[in-house]
Design a protein around this ligand. Sequence first.
Ligand code: ADP
Ligand code: ASP
Ligand code: MG
Length: 406
Amino acid sequence: MFPMTLIVQKYGGTSVADTNSLKLVAERIIECKEDNNDVVVVPSAMGSSTDELIHLASQLSEKPTPREMDMLLSAGERITMSLLSMHLNSLGYSSFSLTGSQAGIITTSRHGKAEIEEITGERVKEGIDQGDIVIVAGFQGFNRDTREITTLGRGGSDATAVALAAALGAERCEIFTDVEGVYTADPRIITNAQLIDEITYDEMLEMSSSGAGVLMARSVEFGRRYNVPIIVKSTFKNNKGTLVKEKVMEEAIVSGVTHNDKEIKFTLFGVPDQPGIAGTVFGSLSEIGTNVDMIVQNVSKDSITDISFTAPSEQQSEVEEVLKQISDKLNAKGFDVDQNIGRVSIIGAGMKSESGVASKMFKILGESGINISMISTSPIRVSCVINSKDIDQALNVLHEEFITKK
Ligand code: ADP
Ligand code: ASP
Ligand code: MG
């Protein structure tokens, strides 16, 4: 007999929002199982319940400890995993659920932002060997040193699923969500965005890290590192979806346009322009796990300079605390926070061999009267920081020029 193919399926919040959706999800799982596959399922928390738990916490505590927040938020996925498993049981399928910790998902110790280091997965493998459908709670793990439960950051169930697929040697990881796959831009904003059939890990990683929330960037990193094909598709339509893989037949100059409106800009004023200063500033920020993105250091005058950078808005208070300390330590003039910023980016592997793409982007934004305050590039991405009020217009004109007109 041939060994069965193993498939890991992940279902996002909207796909498991209520009992009717859970019934539909169970049908998808059973279809896959009846197709002669072994199935491991990673569910998210139901609907927007993670946000609701965060709101509950905020009503009782101004600054809850990261540990208690993880104890709270990890409960969201536990609700879904057990409901799904008991429903599968009631339909006559052998299934059981495991928390991240029970599944052997070992992470770093940083609460709220832990990274998966290893998956032992003994109980998952035992279940698969017995022919069970194993449900593993997404978004959570366990740190051996602190012996604490951790969570992986927003959207972290994607990372759980792809990392599990890699650790178990699954044939592929299927990410079921509320859209039909990865589009050339966020379909919620660009109504004529096109569904992408295939995209490389490199491009997807750039899309995810510049705002395409449909896949968490870290999940794409796992996919790339362990060469796990990732398919993004709709729970509700069960279409072909988008395949994320190493190479695609044709490299588009621009494959997608993304935006991120969840970042803010910090500027540290009047810092001495000396060797080691940037190291001090960004070293302290990395110690608290800040994802600093764009950095601009202004031309210095009288050996004094300003440094600006962007960071996720959810980290505002931590970053402010660090900047206060640094500002005192370096005798700087202070710092400023700009919340009215956003980022638009164009991504495409074909950019590597095509000149003039960045300048075309700047020209189009300029012609639309949109001011660019920061720029950053990679070989396959160009990003511009603009005023948040201009994001929708920028996305529209860039999508029109680089995708629709093509
Ligand atoms: P889930 O709860 O299933 O994990 P998410 O809300 O995290 O779903 O991700 C799906 C959402 O991502 C879509 O509803 C869509 O609005 C948004 N999105 C942003 N950019 C893109 C893109 N380029 N392609 C597809 N979806 C995108
Ligand atoms: N429930 C978590 C969140 O809302 C994790 C996830 O859905 O992937 O971010
Ligand atoms: Mg998600």
